[in-house]
Design a protein around this ligand. Sequence first.
Ligand code: WT7
Length: 636
Amino acid sequence: MSNYHIKSLEEYFQVYRKSIRNPELFWEEIAEEHFTWRKRWDEIFSYDFKKPEVKWYEGAKLNITENCIDRHLHIRGEKTAIIFEPNNPNEKAKHISYNQLHTRVCKFANVLKDFGVNKGDRVCLYLPMIPELAVAVLACARIGAIHSVVFAGFSAAALSTRINDCDAKIVVTADGGFRGAKTIELKPIVDKALKDCPNVETVLVAKRTMAEVKMKKKRDKWLKPLLSKAYNDCFPELMDAEDPLFILYTSGSTGLPKGMVHTTAGYMVYTGYTFKNVFSYTEDDVYWCTADIGWITGHSYIVYGPLLNGATTVMYEGVPTYPDNGRFWKIIEKHKVNQFYTAPTAIRALAKEKIEFTQKYNLSTLKVLGTVGEPINEEAWHWYNENIGKKKSPIVDTYWQTETGGIMISPIPYVTPTTPTYATLPLPGIQPILMDDQGYEIKGNQVEGKLCIKFPWPAMARTIWGNHKRYKHTYFSTFKNNYFTGDGALRDEVGYYRITGRVDDVIIVSGHNLGTAPIEDAINEHQAVAESAVVGFPHDIKGHALYGFVTLKVMGAGRDHENLREEINQLISDRIGPIAKLNVIQFTNGLPKTRSGKIMRRILRKVASKETTNLGDTSTLLNPEVVQEIIDNAIS
Ligand code: WT7
């Protein structure tokens, strides 16, 4: 029996049972046999979900980049670590070997050190999908600095909030980036953001678009000359197992984004282990995940998970539709991709296009297809299975979260029989349970409830940066002694899990996690707006789209409503980013509220989804008269 690479269903059940009965032994063997440590741990794990406090491999010393890079050098130094596929198909792809990656990471790490970055300091990375981003991530980890990658589609305001929250003193960015036919200027966004970030002392700028940018004296430096002068070796900082590795912000249902803190050893073991199994990666495979490194999927399954396994990982700069809708499939053919991991929203968008786009290319190298980010609907699942996998590549529908660090529930390819729309079974070490609204566990099969995890796993986020109370409140207070995911799920007759979606005020739009509160805050900043409520409604391609109900201070007071809609969306775009723009804006005379003043979103969700025949109990409404008005004026 191999703990590390599960090859049959029988073995899965054996390994799973072992991981539950004797988690210490299970995680000890994996850590021992597949990773490099500078000092051994004293204890495999300890936890207290009441506090909450979770620790893995305490007492151990290590550096994750030594595991991602150095230990591969003598066996696969010339192997390609990263294939960079540029946005423009006529620009040559770049192959970065493990040896080259080592040099680049060391040089970058030395540059950071020269600017005074020390262990524990936060470094904000605001970069397009170019190799510098992966290198910067690893360079931070090399010296024990905590990276905070901010997706380069976020606005200046969203960027400054994130920089200030973790008090980063250095920002790494680029002149701009290419995405499809668009050239995006990034440096001006950073300049704007930094007007509100007095503590940032240094901005390192990579060149990509060659756009002319303003460089602020003393603060701003071009990266390239610094890198070329930097020394090409850098000793990996010895980290404690529980030292923070990175912060990554994710939306909450209320308030500021949450800076999820991931620590070193547990995150390493878990992402390495899950990558190997969920993608069934073997030595000469080429693996491609289409996510952006600005999201957790990119952290865990473009950078860390693949590199921990000595894999070849593809990094694509552009979008699925450029220069045409065949680009993904063209890249698969070009780089002979074996494992392909993408989001349901991309599949749905491409499935709408002419089938010739998929037929033009040789996809026969594919062995495993993956999806992540939201529930995949049956139609998209079949399209993916038939047209991309040619019914030969198993689809792994991987369920997890920024907070979980790694994949939690997923089929193992060629092991777990798949069922469309089901994430199927928990990975070894993961103990999901379903809870009812009274806080009791729902046992047995063919049941539905709120999805919790009752036992710690190595890659779980340890806290919210600077706000442990919020961490406790968000994840450990709804169901005592359990981690609450915020998702609903059902368990079928064979024990397979199907995720049914968020049960809180988080909406997943095109695989992006968006909280309603920050969007409402942005809308409410408009001087004409009295109040607003944002809900999600089902959308063919995006999965969910955003519907805003907006009450104006003065209704219809001679204002042009189309203009107002644009202004509101512009505000959202400025405050958060274009991904949070509303698809539909309905102006209302009021919002349905309970006697305690809480907006009854349940009703608004039904209106937005055009399910107004049964609104459920409305007896607690303070202002039932607005409901009919809202239904009558609903926008289709
Ligand atoms: C939320 C987490 C994890 C990487 C990308 C998203 C939803 C994620 C699935 C799936 C159904 C899924 C959940 C989860 N989700 N994967 N396979 N099936 N829903 O990370 O931005 O933290 O979002 O995405 O609702 O809670 P994230």
